[in-house]
Design a protein around this ligand. Structure first.
Ligand SMILES: [Zn+2]
Length: 293
């Protein structure tokens, strides 16, 4: 079944929720990167979060990047989405495996670490991207993102992200939601929503039991009139190409390119996001060198 993202707002404009099923795209990430169970959960949570953030972008040409750099054994976690719900990501050490944590869950916080930052980079087609950064809370991703929203955007937000990894390393269920109280929200809305968020014990359990993102929304916003808009079908899709790799090579500059030709006589560029390999012969590098001049 295809992944699916719903966007909802209460008719009074007080609360908005974006909920998503990302099972397929997390599965694709697992296969591309050969992720361990812990790495699958870590990258899957980041991919789910960035899918939702991508769904909140105003233009389809905009893009958002989520980076977690906590000093843990997984290294860097990077996830990117554009406004067309095309999502991609990678971690530095995809094979890292840790024992389950004290709750019996995959130890995402241990893998990511908490001595570092969460960064959100929004490319809105302006000259400079917008960069927001907060210190990590616990490296579990959802709490870190909640803290980011409270701090950088002053929006009271609840975030839930989950990835259920099967014994064969396939992703059995993945998804999440972001719920935000908009400026029109009242004290009573806050109380109601807090209870509803606390009542959802596990998003992945809901999805695994055949529930849809709409079911998550209706449970969160019970008692409200709900309007849906702009639902989307997110996919794992890399936008790398030979042309882009050419440009990247040209951008290292004439001197570096000359050095590469003399010392290696060839180049092999691997895309972090999809593991595609782009090979360059000496002649092809010499062609690029002409453009670099
Ligand atoms: Zn790629």
């Amino acid at each position: 079944m295809a992944d699916y993202m719903v966007k909802a707002i209460t008719s009074d404009g007080a609360i908005r929720v974006v909920a998503v099923d990302t099972t397929e795209l997390c599965n694709k990430a697992q296969k591309i990167h050969n992720l361990s169970a812990t790495a699958s959960a870590a990258l899957g949570r980041a991919l789910t979060a960035v899918t939702i953030m991508g769904g909140m972008l105003k233009s389809s040409d905009d893009a958002v990047t989520l980076q977690l750099n906590g000093g843990g054994p997984i290294g860097r976690v990077v996830a990117v989405s554009n406004g067309r719900a095309q999502v991609k990501g990678y971690v530095s050490n995809p094979l890292i495996e840790l024992p389950l944590n004290e709750k019996g869950k995959l130890d995402v916080g241990g893998a990511i670490g908490k001595n570092g930052m969460l960064s959100i980079i929004r490319d809105l087609g302006l000259k400079e991207p917008y960069v927001g950064q907060v210190p990590l809370v616990n490296g579990e991703v959802a709490e870190d993102l909640t803290y980011y929203y409270a701090n950088s955007e002053q929006l009271p937000t609840a975030v839930a992200l989950g990835v259920l990894v099967d014994v064969d390393y396939s992703v059995r269920a993945a998804g999440g939601f972001v719920l935000q109280l908009l400026p029109g929200a009242m004290e009573e809305d806050i109380d109601k929503v807090e209870k509803a968020v606390a009542a959802i014990s596990s998003v992945t359990e809901m999805l695994d039991n055949g529930k849809k993102p709409e079911d998550i929304v209706s449970q969160l916003l019970e008692g409200y009139e709900i309007e849906y808009f702009d639902n989307e079908l997110p996919v794992y899709q890399c936008d790398c190409s030979r042309e882009r790799t050419d440009k990247a090579l040209i951008s290292i500059g004439e001197k570096e390119l000359q050095k590469l030709i003399e010392e290696d006589g060839k180049a092999e560029i691997t895309c972090h996001f999809c593991d595609n390999v782009y090979n360059y012969t000496k002649e092809q590098l010499e062609e690029l060198l002409k453009s670099a001049r």
